[in-house]
Ligand binder design. Structure first.
Ligand code: ACM
Ligand code: ZN
Length: 567
């Protein structure tokens, strides 16, 4: 009897608690989960859910076009799933109405410019941030809290169109959170680039590094130099399988072409802007330039003829540094690039430029003499500095791969450390900004598991957990020097990724892990917890038809067991 009274009391108490959450969706009150990636700095779970319905409105203050646009973006996101559009309306500062999503800006908040406060109650959703960028990220968090079908644009029962109540305070650890894509080795259509950006926004990446020119293809329309795309965007055939030298090579015999028109680029850059992503174009120099030399042979030391490369590797023919017409050409190209890309940074490559041709080129040797340079490394440094000067004069700064340290670093250059972390450390110690992208942790072209069980990749081994374990700030730096580390970037070289499906397979879910490296405080990271969130979070990618690599079976359990063993 006493037991029955106790049970009755518990049932009553539970019902009261649920009722206090209001609205329908009560049955879900006790099972709120928060599969948000990257993990927010602070998330206090609350009981209950906010339910969207036909009357839910999005209010924003102040009357700011960007906020209005983010409201429209959120409304569009829900539209197919909900079967209705939420109204987006400018409001007063103190608007606090039931059944609203309220965005407001407040520059006095103690957050950085990409941070946000998100308060989800059963009554309303309130978002506060210093800038629209922060509001946009609150919306991405909401997106991950909504049912995954919403991202798939599939109709959801109204009773399921809800987010769990929570109080969230969030901001990124690093200001640069990058993902790269090589479209030189393989070309991917505009629609895929737009989708790549959409996925980046979901994980709060803010920089897309677009590697546009390569030995195997020049992918960007330049009006002043039409041969770059007429000639340079096509190769006559492509290597089959792995590159093991010419003696062992077989080719597919099929012409391979592709490039982005300037109209395509404008559309991509505009789309990225809406997603608060900066697109940094990379125009490679002095190496990885065979496609340009094939188009304009006078830009090389020997005068050619040259062919767009048909296999992978590093090629000896590079831009001639002794020829003033090389600089005229590059400045003209960069002028069009700057018109297309508003990014503060232009990436000028700088990696893997063999000096063989320069050693034997009378023009290059004459340049070394005339400029009082010590050797070909200093000639490369001269090359990069000259280009930097041009771009600086137009208000832009350069990023270069860590080879630009050799022969002397250009005065205002940011270094992308890829051959391990040494280049990053050296640059930070010289008080230059650094983006960390070491092959050991950030190269998504490496294998994710035993090569015997995986599709062909370039080599290396970079499982999900290793990406997650990455700490971008080297211990070798003093606290003052650490400030030069802007963040980390995942690199996606596509020699062995011929299809968009395969790119997605290689990028996800590793890009989810790197997103957390870039965003979440190191002290808050926990791989076991990440895996649990990831398992649910991947349902969003599934709903969108993303061809991500499935998690290893029992990866979470293995992690738990490992932890138990360690304790
Ligand atoms: C690079 O991976 N060559 C920068
Ligand atoms: Zn030369």
């Amino acid at each position: 009897m006493r037991k029955n009274i106790f049970s009755l009391f518990m049932v009553l108490l539970f019902s009261l608690l649920l009722a206090s959450c209001g609205g329908s969706g009560k049955e879900k009150a006790a099972e709120n989960v928060y599969p948000v990636i990257p993990k927010p700095v602070k998330l206090e779970p609350q009981r209950g859910r906010f339910l969207f319905n036909q009357d839910t409105r999005i209010l924003y203050y102040p009357a700011n076009d960007e906020l209005k646009q983010i409201g429209g973006y959120f409304s569009d996101l829900l539209k197919s799933a909900a079967g209705f559009s939420m109204q987006v309306v400018a409001a007063d500062e103190d608007a606090s109405k039931p059944n609203t999503v309220f965005f407001s800006l407040d520059t006095t908040l103690d957050l950085n410019d990409e941070g946000y406060l998100l308060d989800i109650t059963t009554r309303a959703i309130e978002v506060k941030a210093r800038t629209p960028h922060g509001v946009f990220y609150a919306v991405q968090t909401l997106r991950q809290l909504l049912p995954p079908q919403v991202d798939g644009g599939r109709q959801v029962a109204l009773s399921d169109l809800s987010v769990p109540c929570a109080k969230i305070e969030d901001q990124p650890r690093f200001p640069y959170r990058g993902l790269h894509l090589d479209v030189g080795r393989h070309f991917f259509p505009k629609a895929f680039i737009l989708r790549y950006l959409d996925l980046m926004a979901l994980y709060k990446y803010n920089t897309f590094h677009w590697h546009l020119t390569e030995d195997q293809g020049w992918r960007l329309e330049i009006k002043k130099y039409p041969k770059l795309t007429q000639v340079g965007s096509c190769r006559k055939e492509t290597l089959v399988g792995r590159w093991r030298g010419e003696k062992n090579a077989t080719y597919d015999g099929k012409e391979y072409c592709g490039y982005y028109t300037q109209e395509d680029v404008k559309e991509i850059v505009a789309h990225a802007k809406k997603l608060h992503i900066t697109v940094i174009p990379e125009i490679e120099m002095p190496g990885h330039s065979l496609a340009a030399l094939a188009s304009y042979p006078q830009l090389g030391c020997t005068g050619g003829p040259y062919e767009v490369a048909t296999h992978w590797g590093v090629f000896k023919d590079i831009y001639c540094a002794g020829n003033d017409s090389t600089f005229k050409f590059l400045e003209d190209v960069l002028t069009e690039v700057m018109e297309l890309f508003p990014s503060h940074y232009i990436h000028i490559g700088g990696d893997e430029a063999p000096k063989d041709r320069w050693k034997h080129c009378p023009k290059c040797q004459a340049r070394i003499k005339a400029e009082g340079l010590k050797d070909e490394h200093e000639l490369q440094s001269y090359f990069i500095r000259r280009i930097e000067k041009f771009l600086n004069a137009h208000g832009r700064d350069i990023i270069g791969w860590d080879e630009i340290l050799e022969g002397g670093l250009a005065p205002n250059a940011t270094v992308m450390s890829w051959r391990g972390i040494k280049g990053g450390i050296a640059a930070a110690k010289m008080h230059h900004d650094v983006i960390m992208t070491p092959g050991s942790h950030c190269y998504f072209d490496h294998y994710q598991a035993d090569p015997k069980t995986e599709p062909l990749a370039i080599g290396g081994f970079l499982p999900l957990e290793k990406v997650y374990s990455y700490e971008p700030v080297p211990k070798e730096l003093t606290p003052e020097e650490q400030k030069y580390i802007l963040g980390a970037q995942g690199n996606v070289w596509t020699e062995y990724m011929a299809t968009t499906d395969y790119v997605e397979y290689m990028v996800y879910p590793r890009a989810c892990a790197l997103a957390e490296v870039d965003w979440t405080p190191a002290s808050e990271k926990d791989y076991g917890d990440f895996l649990k969130r990831l398992e649910l979070n991947l349902e969003h990618l599934k709903a969108m038809g993303v061809n991500f690599r499935p998690l290893d079976k029992d990866a979470a359990n293995t992690q738990e067991k490992q932890k138990e063993k360690e304790q």
